[in-house]
Design a protein around this ligand. Structure first.
Ligand code: AMP
Ligand code: MG
Length: 430
């Protein structure tokens, strides 16, 4: 068995993240499928559009009234008040033959969403009008174009409305529905194998002995994988023994991505990196200057290396990537979000995006040690423009109970020992 990779590849957070983004950019989804509009956008499904959607007509298809009132010619309103002849009423959905053509000094009663009549160039809101029989008095001027959305001004027929790589949500669904697309081509979800390791870890339906720990990581990771657009595949728990660990890693490497949890620290039974080396793994980092999550590992093995004895599965990629995430549950969660998520999104077909932190005002002073970039569970509160944040009470990286009290991380740069109350601090939402 070979030793832990040399040299120890310790990176800054930013370098590690950039490296992951670089490799993610080389990854592609594994296929496409047709789904019903709502199935593709169902909460939690988060499927990713694999085809462009074009406007099949002008948006809007006709000059559309934005207000209830009177369609007029703006030039008729130069002297106020003015009285115009009402020559008809235009309802939303009115047939073309029922729409009057407006001549000088004429107006047509019109409703929001109705087509503006030919000859009209503006709509006066009903609030500025008084109707008497077939006449209407108008007390407010309008400019040409007021309260009418010109045909094709939102999008021209044939224009691209949605691009591949967009995750389907309520906005995309509205656009697809407007263009008459009841089914959409989406990318197949990548399969992400999840392997929890540790002699002390037992599955959740087994009564744990006093010193055993229930496997929460496989489940939290599975939920995170789903949220990122992947299909989780939970493997059996691997003990800290080479033979079985090797077997399960081989199996996991047949998926589109392998996530390991635990067994990547410096302990005597942290075997994950050694076993991965046997699969000719290339390591991009084996440690990152962050807390929690310092022992995080990222690398890849040549395709097929995971299944030497098995039937070779058809592979669309030369490598299978893996992450070795530290086993402390909070570390597992944080390092997934910071590093594994972009790779899963790339495999799911999502257009790449950068990690962006927001700012909030710190409620109470933070004292910490320098050297690591910290992502500390925190509580964002306040209201409207006044976002405030404070650290959540927690007992360190094993404290999953603290994570549900938190709703974000405060991000502390590695060179800060003390941050005063009132200072604006970067925040990463959960
Ligand atoms: P490791 O990264 O293997 O050194 O594990 C670090 C800590 O996380 C230990 O206290 C483990 O008991 C705990 N741990 C490891 N794997 C899991 C898991 N799957 N679920 C919950 N806790 C875990
Ligand atoms: Mg362990």
């Amino acid at each position: 068995m070979s030793a832990v990779p040399e040299p120890c590849l310790l990176l800054s957070f930013e370098d590690a993240r950039h490296l992951v983004e670089h490799h993610a950019a080389t990854q592609h989804p594994r296929g496409k499928e047709l789904v019903e509009l709502l199935d593709g956008a169902a909460a939690g499904a988060g499927q990713v559009l694999a085809e462009p959607v074009f406007a099949d007509r002008n948006f809007p298809p006709f000059p559309r009234a934005m207000r209830d009132g009177y369609a007029v010619r703006a030039s008729d309103l130069s002297q106020l008040p003015v009285t115009l002849e009402v020559v008809g009423e235009v309802k939303a959905g009115a047939a073309k033959r029922d729409i009057p053509v407006l001549q000088a000094s004429q107006a047509a009663s019109i409703m929001t969403g109705a087509p503006a009549p030919p000859g009209a160039d503006a709509v006066v809101m009903v609030e500025y009008t008084t109707r008497q029989g077939d006449r209407v008095q108008i007390t407010k001027a309008v400019a040409a174009g007021d309260n009418i959305v010109p045909a094709g001004s939102e999008a021209k027929r044939g224009e691209r409305l949605l691009s591949p790589g967009l995750r389907l949500d309520y906005r995309a669904v509205a656009v697809a529905a407007s263009a008459g697309k009841s089914r959409l081509l989406v990318y197949r979800k990548p399969q992400v194998a999840i392997l929890a390791t540790g002699d002390e870890v037992v599955d959740i339906d087994v009564p744990p002995r006093a010193t055993q720990i229930r496997n929460s990581n496989s489940y939290s990771l599975a939920a995170q994988v789903q949220a990122a657009g992947g299909e989780p595949l939970l493997l059996s728990i691997a003990p800290d023994k080479p033979a079985r660990l090797r077997e399960l890693i081989a199996y996991g490497l047949e998926a589109d991505l392998l996530l390991l949890a635990g067994g990547v620290s410096m302990g005597r039974y942290d075997l994950v990196e050694q076993i991965l080396e046997e699969f000719r793994a290339e390591f991009f980092f084996t440690s990152v200057r962050i807390q929690p999550g310092k022992p995080a590992v990222f690398g890849r093995v040549p395709s097929g290396a995971g299944a030497p004895a098995r039937e070779q599965v058809e592979s669309t990629s030369a490598h299978t990537y893996f992450f070795g995430l530290p086993g402390n549950p909070v570390s597992t969660m944080v390092t997934f979000e910071l590093f594994a998520r972009p790779v899963i999104e790339a495999l799911a077909g999502v257009a790449p995006r950068k990690l962006v932190l927001l700012n909030a005002s710190l409620k109470s002073e933070i004292k910490t040690k320098t050297g690591l970039k910290r992502f500390l569970p925190a509580i964002l509160s306040g209201e409207f423009e006044h976002a405030e944040v404070e650290l959540a009470a927690w007992q360190g990286s094993g404290d999953v109970a603290a994570m549900v009290r938190a709703n974000c991380y405060i991000v502390i740069p590695p060179d800060r020992e003390q941050i005063a109350a009132g200072e604006r601090v970067p925040v990463l939402l959960m």
